[in-house]
Design a protein around this ligand. Structure first.
Ligand SMILES: C[S@@+](CC[C@H](N)C(=O)[O-])C[C@H]1O[C@@H](n2cnc3c(N)ncnc32)[C@H](O)[C@@H]1O
Length: 403
């Protein structure tokens, strides 16, 4: 394969180095701005190409030695080759570029993860012939641990790895979640074969719960039934498939900023998940949460009841259908999945014409697209929360006020 030598003079959306060959943009993963690198062209499209780094000829002083042996092989992290401060600066620059498309050129405040590693409370692993694995471009990479997850999850990975190889071809995925020293494991089966979990349950210990899913339903097997904890003064429970923010060090700071920016007494919380944020807000405001997932909705209803939150209404259904039936509120919070909001939801929000919108998202591209479709608002605040440190992702909170 032909090799090229170039100076990197930009950064791509996943932190890749960017340069040009014969006028065409080339993205070179793991190359840093200012470095001189040797690379091969791995994939060529009409408007850009993807390079494979062969050698760094002139190193950036922001380059560091990646601490994880699976870095570049597992498809997870993309910033372990640089210091954390540089990662934050790169992410800020990328977010600034996104928000310029909306005309916003103001300050973006940065909220780093309190720890760059061991912050995740959840991992989804694939099952390969060698055991539990992560995936990079379709290739499985067997791992013994992941530096991004809590150590308690890594202990579980080691134990389940031994169990899973004894059941070849039965599973394709295993999800492990941790909260407050409790562990939930969800084994996803691809073969309807009966498995006795007693042995692995004894190895994992009594603070663990085992579920099995086959064709999408999570079926309880043994141990604890859900993850239970106190969060921001609220008692919560998370069932195995129920959404929860993954960075245990940072999500409360994100929620606090959302709460601090609420105006008025009536709040609508779209895509409200298991109801933690709605629950905290409803201690002082009237809140209507809308959530499509049945697991999340059930957890949110339980949270309402256990915490006696009489100001909270949890609606179960699609924001696209339910928003139109609601009366206007003072503040509307929206936290959609990465694909962003549908045209119907945006239309519904435009019709409600609330005084303030607080938009939270893990995908700044769809977020900026949606914001440009909201009419009658101007962006007054943007914050970056590094919820997914060392990876190409981050969370953004934007405040939009009616003009
Ligand atoms: C990014 S999560 C945010 C959850 C919550 N705000 C939190 O902080 O835990 C997005 C949530 O939106 C829900 N969801 C996805 N599509 C939806 C829709 N069309 N209407 C309502 N909820 C939806 C998902 O089930 C998920 O719980």
């Amino acid at each position: 394969m032909k090799e090229f030598t170039q100076k990197i003079d930009g950064v791509g959306y996943d932190g890749e180095g960017v340069c040009r060959v014969n006028g065409k943009v080339v993205f070179v993963p793991y190359a840093l701005d200012g470095e001189e690198v040797r690379f091969q062209i791995q994939q060529e499209k009409s408007s850009f190409a993807k390079g494979k780094l062969v050698e760094v000829l002139k190193k950036s002083d922001r380059r560091t030695t990646p601490p994880c042996p699976y870095f570049t092989h597992c498809g997870g992290c993309c910033y372990q080759h640089t210091d954390y401060q540089n990662e934050l600066e790169i992410k800020k620059k990328l977010l600034q570029n996104q928000f310029r498309k909306t005309g916003y050129d103001g300050e973006i405040s940065i909220h780093p993860s309190k720890s760059e590693y061991e912050y995740r409370n959840k991992i989804k692993l694939f099952v390969g012939k060698d055991g539990l694995s992560l995936k990079e471009k379709g290739n499985l990479c067997h791992i013994e641990k992941c530096m991004l997850v809590d150590d308690k999850i890594n202990e579980v990975i080691k134990k389940i790895d031994k169990f899973i190889v004894k059941h070849p071809d039965v599973y394709n995925e295993v999800t492990i979640r941790e909260e407050n020293n409790q562990i939930l494991v969800l084994f996803n089966k691809i073969k309807d074969e009966e498995v006795d979990y007693q042995g692995i349950f004894l190895v994992l210990g009594k603070n663990c719960g085992i579920y099995e899913s086959f064709q999408d339903f999570a079926i309880y097997q043994m141990g604890i039934k859900e993850l239970s904890c106190e969060e921001m003064g609220i008692t919560c429970h998370f069932s195995p498939k129920s959404f929860h923010q993954v960075n245990k060090f940072l999500y409360q700071e994100l929620y606090s900023e959302a709460i601090d920016n609420i105006i008025g007494e009536k709040v609508i919380n779209c895509y409200s998940g298991a109801g933690v944020l709605s629950g905290v807000i409803s201690k002082t405001k009237e809140v209507v949460g809308i959530e499509l997932g049945l697991n999340e909705h059930s957890d949110a209803e339980r949270l309402k009841e256990e915490n006696s939150l009489t100001n909270l209404t949890n609606l179960h259904g699609d924001c696209a259908e339910l928003l139109s039936g609601l009366a206007a509120c003072d503040t509307l919070i929206t936290d959609p999945p990465r694909k962003g909001m549908s045209k119907e939801v945006i239309e519904g929000i435009n019709q409600l014409a609330c005084k303030r919108i607080i938009y939270i998202s893990c995908d700044s591209a769809t977020m900026v697209r949606d914001i440009s479709r909201l009419t009658g608002y101007k962006i007054t605040k943007v914050s970056l929360y590094d919820m997914f440190a060392r990876t190409g992702e981050y969370e953004t909170l934007a405040v939009l006020d009616r003009v």
